[in-house]
Design a protein around this ligand. Structure first.
Ligand SMILES: Cc1ncc(COP(=O)(O)O)c(C=O)c1O
Length: 330
């Protein structure tokens, strides 16, 4: 059955390159070829994985008469920054509900949120987690009272709508594999709100991509992401009843969260420095640095044995380097 995509806007610079890491493969590959799908190159301000989801989310917002996007995340959320920039690009108002305190000086993603003209509110983490649904409802009502219509976009843009972004990206990976002579691969990415992993997992099955998809969680745990992927996939099927019935088999590699979300250890910062000097490739400490470190540790443990190629999906996040500059210098 042909897959019918919902409408999307053209916001991401795609297809992104698939890049072979020659020196990193020699140093850490343990006999595997290491590749990077450069989704950090989906744009400049709009770099990273979120813009692939937002292509579908923003189209849906416009098609349903919305003039405002409300979304949420941490103070350094890449998703919020991407949403703020997409809103500015499309003439939509953006309101961000951020978890944490306003820093004395905005930096990294938050600085860009302000530059893009987003409205920003900060909530203490306890209130944020307890009342998130009410906060969304409150602000939606607030905008309705002004005669506006606001779409509530969930954390990370991860739901049955946002997952289309990485379902579509699997078509790109098919071409990448063909051109690079990859017969079969492990595809690895950071997972934080589950949408990228869900999209890749569904997309690989839908497009017969010879790939085993893994998410390396940067927060929560394996159980959380097994459930999250299942629930995003179920939401996708509910919203689009014509899509093929698939059995979703998410795979999570747990064990690399360290002390918690956005807290990286010295090994991750060392890897960021080493990989940048070795290959000119930048990782961030919150998502891609942790996931890349996890991937290398799993290579060393033999998890991917028997398959020559490993593709790391670089999901961006580079603005997150700047607020953690203290760990990277000196
Ligand atoms: C840079 C980066 N990489 C990976 C992820 C994880 O993607 P997802 O939220 O779709 O799990 C995120 C967002 O959470 C991100 O900002």
């Amino acid at each position: 059955m042909a897959l019918v995509y919902p409408r999307k806007l053209d916001l991401a610079r795609t297809p992104t390159p698939l890049q072979y890491l020659e020196r990193a493969s020699a140093k850490w590959g343990g006999g595997h070829r290491l590749w990077v799908k450069r989704d950090d190159l989906t744009g400049c301000g709009l770099s990273g994985n979120k813009v692939r989801k937002l292509e579908f989310i923003a189209a849906h917002a416009i098609d349903t008469g919305c003039d405002t996007l409300i979304t949420c995340g941490g103070v350094q959320s890449n998703h919020c920054r991407a949403t703020a920039l997409v809103g500015a690009q499309l003439g939509l108002k953006v309101h961000l509900l951020l978890r944490g305190e306003a820093p004395p000086q905005p930096d990294g993603n938050l600085l860009l949120d302000y530059l893009a003209g987003a409205d920003v509110d900060f909530y203490p983490p306890r209130q944020f987690f307890r009342e998130l649904d009410q906060l969304f409802a409150h602000w939606q009502q607030h905008y309705a009272g002004q005669g506006r219509r606001a779409l509530a976009v969930p954390t990370g843009g991860s739901d049955g709508l946002g997952v289309w972004g990485y379902i579509a990206a699997c078509e790109e990976l098919q071409d990448d594999f063909r051109r690079a002579g990859i017969g079969e691969a492990h595809v690895v990415s950071a997972t934080g709100s589950g949408g990228t992993q869900t999209g890749l997992t569904l997309g690989a099955a839908l497009h017969d991509l010879p790939a085993t998809v893994w998410g390396i969680n940067v927060c929560d745990d394996e159980r959380y992401f097994l459930d999250k992927v299942a629930s995003d996939a179920a939401d996708w099927r509910r919203r689009y009843p014509g899509v093929p019935a698939l059995r979703v088999e998410p795979r999570v590699i747990d064990g690399y969260v360290g002390q918690g979300y956005a807290i990286a250890d010295a090994g991750v910062f060392r890897l960021i420095r080493e990989l940048c000097a070795l290959e000119g490739l930048l990782l961030d400490p919150v998502y891609t640095g942790k996931a890349f470190a996890g991937m290398l540790a799993e290579i060393a443990r033999g998890r991917f044995r028997g398959c020559r190629d490993i593709v790391f999906v670089h999901t961006g996040g580079l603005f997150g380097l700047f607020p953690q500059r203290g760990e990277l210098t000196g």
